[in-house]
Design a protein around this ligand. Sequence first.
Ligand SMILES: N[C@H](CCC[C@H](N)C(=O)O)C(=O)O
Length: 276
Amino acid sequence: MRLKFTKMHGLGNDFVMLDAISQRVKLSPDKIRRLADRNLGVGCDQVLLVEAPRNPDADFRYRIYNADGSEVENCGNGARCFARFVRERRLTGKNQLTVETAAGLLRLSLLERDQVSVDMGVPVLEPADVPFDADRRAPTYPLEVDGEVYTVSAVSMGNPHAVLLVEDVATAPVHKLGPLIERHARFPNRVNVGFLQLDSPEEARLRVFERGVGETRACGTGACAAAVAARLRDLVDDSVKIHLPGGALTIHWSGPGQPVTMTGPATTVYHGQIVL
Ligand SMILES: N[C@H](CCC[C@H](N)C(=O)O)C(=O)O
């Protein structure tokens, strides 16, 4: 199968974008792993598929696959790249888009320069819906990992996130704790793990060990989940600038029941073809 693709990134979280409207795309988990492989394929954190919508209220359907081949519910950096991709390929002339994901509908707005704003929907905080094994909903939960007890928040942005506060992201045990929490028994669908350093009520730093990928240079849903977890504890304002290794995202959330808005860049790197 010969595939045309576009390589894109959102703050260094990188993607292989596939237009499955203009070309036939039939991907197995093995083919996704090959595409994502940085030595044997194109190399990316996630493979993103653009499809015709099934939902009449949506302009497109957006499917997301991690580098390990698993299909997931949401991808924030990918959503911004999705919006830029469908505009640049002239699959739409609209600047306001509604896209159907496994987690529901996202609303994307193309802004000036390379900026895109995304209504990421209402965060899910009920443990059973994250999903996370806990007796009742709380701002934080004790989590035993390798004999130590850590304090985590559990938030779903359609995909599950665990958020821990750290003094300094630079020395946070991302590669030791990340894999252990990613596969912790209390997260039955596995989990993305965010390490959050609070600098002020308006600014914070974040590193994310992503489910099915490992540490990425940025994670949009991770930035949203971290802002929600901190706001629930009154540690940040409604609007917070989250600095990730690849750059900064602006997250706005005014409280439970309200949607989270994420604004940041989307970058096209190159176009290519690959035979899988
Ligand atoms: N990089 C993506 C998150 C992908 C999440 C994926 N790792 C999962 O398993 O949920 C983002 O910008 O939101």
